[in-house]
Design a binder for this molecule. Sequence first.
Ligand code: GLN
Length: 203
Amino acid sequence: MIIGVLALQGDTREHLHAVAACDAIGRPVRRPEELDSVDALIIPGGESTTMSKLAVEFGMMEPVRKRIAGGMPVYGSCAGMIMLASSLLDARPDQVPFGGIDMTVRRNAFGRQVDSFEGSVDISDIEGGPFSAVFIRAPWVESVGDDVRVLGRVKDGPAAGRIVAVRQQHLLATAFHPELTGDLRVHRYFVEMAREAGQTTEG
Ligand code: GLN
């Protein structure tokens, strides 16, 4: 089981550390050949405009889309969530996501006064109490299609109730950064998703 971490831009290293801490093998992925050798992919936090530009430049747009359509498990955090959205609000006109999850995501949704904050989020599939979720110029999910499960919402404060974690079959996204807090539960959950997908294809 090899978990790739997209390494075009963003906090790739932190995700690779989190993957290793979950006893899985992580590998940075920058080029289509590198994508071919992984079983699952994490799209890190960073800056989604730059990431989508680099994805085009590195010839990664279509290969990633193909793997998504083929059932490869993908987890996107923050900018990674934006990259997995089927539709964007407040995006640059030339910004193109990979897509995959039937949802509308609003970039920089939390506004200036809370550019960066820590909030409490319960994730319905994950036990062990609420996450101390770190949001950095984070998006939120404005709306989801019928096939998307909402896994988590902001618990309190001005943004209470906003959707910040979703899953659609083999695709997972969070608006926050579990790779920055040392709480490995989201990564463990994703590694488990990847193992289950591996078993289904091998069986
Ligand atoms: N605001 C960034 C974007 O639009 C996302 C921020 C992040 O990943 N921490 O891409």
